[in-house]
Design a protein around this ligand. Structure first.
Ligand SMILES: [Fe+2]
Ligand SMILES: [Fe+2]
Length: 483
């Protein structure tokens, strides 16, 4: 299989799926390409289209050394179709067909379910680029600007991956869905993106880092469960996407960490001990920790909504069919069929939050959300270590999963960040303590002034500890070409 791990550049679309000998799909993708480029051109401000960005491009899908770094104009980025190498004798890891050979073609009976899952995943990719489209104008450094664009081109590539699956395996309706992915638009009234969190704004860089930490991590969990798919091309696609996703979450975690670090440094330097002395802290030109907590609350709760209903027959069917597995399915020690298994599911009973056993098969979403919560806690712990090390008395925390929810059993319930029920009045009154207000947003916005000098950083964020591709501190990650 070694041959397939190298990426071929012999067609306009780099790939490791033998596109040059698959004329039908190559033609379909070449037909789709101009619409994609138009969409990209309309989206990203012109001045950045002409700039040279130090980007990584995949040259191999091997775990080691898959990327090469170079200056690229974004519209010239070679968006490719890259699948992780095929695993020989791979077996369906879950559901009623556990242990049988994986499918290389779409089984007829699962066709519409699979198509739906691919379209939903595909829809999130361009959505995030749309949400982040204005951030280049206020980048705190060229390093951050480069990371933004790296994420953007990779989300674009993820869209390409899903479009490839649609064009290759789903015929005419796949083509229609591929076109639809360029027609819907984040926040649009007439044709919004499919999932709520992908129609929210990403108005500033703190939001961007929270989004890439929390919402890209939902993406990771979804990709992890699709990587378990018995439909092998989908599994391979998602496995390679996961290697890119890791960088997105790294940008989020280190981004928030650098903001937290800068705030603590500024407080110390000014002799401010009280993290709630908001006016004085803000006067230093940094973002106070309570406001960072509010942004965290917002993005975490929106991301939890992406896991859907706690009890879901759709999720049960997809698992049972072997289309979508659990997180780390291969490491779970059970029959992988969940015939008689149970799982504790969150519910509201008599104004209290309880966990009650439900059939594990219908609780797949709940379980994935629990895995997500554990995964998301890691970075919060590391942010807190930095705060502690700086000698500031404050701890960031994940709010209770029931807080500020729009989907599932907690939707619309007046539950606070600790999971306690309040009266609707009290909840409404206190909401400004927990979620960013207009004034918070305006203050953060006031700091969003671009810094485009190599090696310089906006005052509200610390420089990174290491450069991308080990470049020195004053490296020019983006050669701006402003008209
Ligand atoms: Fe993605
Ligand atoms: Fe991502």
């Amino acid at each position: 299989m070694a041959a397939m791990s190298n990426v071929s550049y012999d067609t306009m679309i780099p790939n490791n799926v033998g596109l040059s000998s698959d004329r039908r799909v190559l033609k379909a993708l070449e037909k789709w390409h101009p619409g994609y480029i138009n969409w990209w051109n309309d989206l990203i401000p012109q001045k950045f289209q002409d700039s040279l960005v130090y980007l990584r491009t995949a040259v191999s899908v091997d775990a080691k050394g898959w990327a090469k770094f170079d200056y690229v104009k974004m519209p010239d980025y070679r968006w490719g179709i890259l699948l992780a190498p095929q695993v020989e004798d791979r077996k369906i890891p879950c559901g009623e067909s556990t242990g049988e050979a994986v499918w290389q073609e779409v089984p007829g009976e699962f066709r519409s379910t699979l198509r739906r899952l691919i379209v939903i995943q595909g829809d999130t990719e361009p959505a995030s680029i749309e949400q982040q489209r204005f951030l280049g104008n206020s980048a705190p450094s060229l390093y951050d600007l480069r990371n933004l664009f790296q994420i953007n081109v990779e989300e674009g590539r993820h869209l390409w991956s899903m479009v490839y699956l649609l064009q290759k395996y789903f015929g005419a309706d796949g083509r229609e869905e591929a076109d639809g992915l360029l027609q819907r638009s984040s926040g649009s009234e007439e044709a919004p993106r499919m999932l709520g969190a992908f129609n929210e704004e990403t108005p500033d860089w703190l939001s961007f880092f929270m989004f890439t930490y929390f919402t890209d991590r939902d993406g990771k969990m979804q990709l992890e469960s699709l990587a378990q798919s018995g439909f092998d091309p989908l599994s391979r696609t998602c496995r390679f996407m996961l290697t890119e996703e890791a960088h997105h979450m790294f940008v989020g975690e280190t981004g928030v960490g650098r903001i937290v670090q800068r705030t603590c440094e500024a407080m110390k330097a000014a002799g401010i001990d009280d993290p709630y002395d908001t006016d004085r802290i803000r006067a230093l030109g940094v973002i106070d920790l309570p406001t960072i907590q509010k942004k965290l609350n917002l993005h975490y709760s929106l991301s939890l909504d992406l896991f859907g209903q706690e009890v879901s027959t759709n999720a049960a069917n997809a698992f049972n069919a072997g289309i979508k597995g659990r997180y780390m399915e291969h490491r779970i020690d059970d029959d992988h069929k969940l015939t008689n298994a149970t799982y504790p599911v969150a519910r509201v009973v008599d104004g209290k939050i309880v966990r009650e056993d439900a059939p594990a098969l219908t609780a797949i979403n709940m379980r994935l959300r629990d895995d997500y919560k554990r995964d998301a806690a890691g970075g919060v712990g590391r942010w807190n270590k930095a705060i502690q090390k700086a000698g500031v008395e404050f701890q960031l925390q994940l709010p209770h999963e029931a807080f500020h929810r729009h989907i599932g059993v907690f939707a619309g319930q007046p539950i606070d960040i600790n999971g306690d029920f309040l009266s609707q009045d009290e909840f409404t009154r206190k909401q400004t303590d927990w979620l960013p207000t207009k004034a918070d947003g305006d203050f953060i916005q006031s700091l969003m002034v671009p810094v485009y000098d190599a090696g310089e950083y906006a005052g509200w964020i610390a420089p990174p500890k290491v450069g991308i591709d080990n470049q020195p501190g004053d490296f020019e990650y983006v050669q701006l070409h402003m008209a």
